[in-house]
Design a protein around this ligand. Structure first.
Ligand code: GLN
Length: 239
């Protein structure tokens, strides 16, 4: 974290939570910012290091149950992410990372484990693993196209009144009640891998626009669009 003017991305705990290529979310944000002339600095924050409070966008990914519990404990103890969010930082939390943002989540035996309480959600273990492609229509207030991605999780998530569902599933399980993910303030949580921001560049731009405080110029998305169309056509009937 050197330059004051660069957009500061913090990729949280790649040594614990880095399954399914979720690090690609950081790469997509970097690339889409740089293509608009916005310089970016990305910190790959190991779990042995303190969480810097001065980041603009924090990213956390999916993982197995035990590293997830360890990550939650370390983040709770550290407090830096909570302070960053309190001063308005943007956050994308995926799968295990999404569950950690809530009040509690289910450990490897289903026992409740304390999360950070940054999102008004509670997760527990479902009866069976939710695996496969997911497509979901985004909350109209966010004005984003249909989400695409894949999911692989045991946990299911109950949304409290302090969050809004990110989307409603057309294919897939998501939170388990017909919704997928949630958002509150500048925090977005989702079960989607893909990576989520490679499959859904409009979501990447929404996060970037929150962080820079203004709308972003459009860029050529031919390759992103091809990936989206191919994945959506594979699972959805033609409209
Ligand atoms: N361990 C969590 C679950 O199974 C998260 C899994 C993941 O991140 N893929 O629900």
């Amino acid at each position: 974290m050197q330059s004051e003017s660069a957009l500061r991305l913090v990729w949280i705990y790649p040594d614990l939570l880095s399954t399914y290529g979720d690090q690609g979310n950081a790469l997509v944000l970097e690339q889409r910012a740089q293509r608009r002339g916005i310089p970016v600095q990305t910190l790959h924050l190991r779990s042995s290091d303190p969480v810097p409070e001065g980041g603009d966008i924090y990213l956390i990914g999916g993982g197995e149950d035990r590293p997830q519990i360890l990550a939650a404990e370390r983040l709770r103890r550290d407090g830096g992410l909570q302070r960053a969010i309190a001063r308005g930082a943007t956050m994308l939390a995926v799968c295990a990372g999404y569950q950690i943002m809530g009040h509690t989540f289910g450990g490897e035996e289903g026992q409740p484990v304390a999360g950070l309480g940054l999102l008004d959600i509670e997760s527990g273990r479902g009866a069976q693993r939710s695996v496969g492609e997911l497509a979901a229509d985004v909350d109209a207030a966010l004005n984003l196209p249909t989400l695409t991605g894949f999911e692989n999780h045991m946990g299911l998530t109950r949304l409290g009144s302090g969050v809004r569902p990110l989307s409603r599933t057309r294919i897939g399980i998501g939170n388990g009640d017909g919704t997928e993910g949630c958002y509150a303030g500048r925090i977005v949580g989702t079960y989607l891998h893909g990576p989520a921001l490679a499959r859904n560049p409009a979501l990447a731009d929404l996060l970037l626009s929150w962080a820079v405080g203004s709308a972003l110029a459009p860029i050529d998305d031919t390759w992103f669009d091809r990936l989206r169309e191919e994945r959506l056509a594979a699972v959805l009937p033609p409209r």
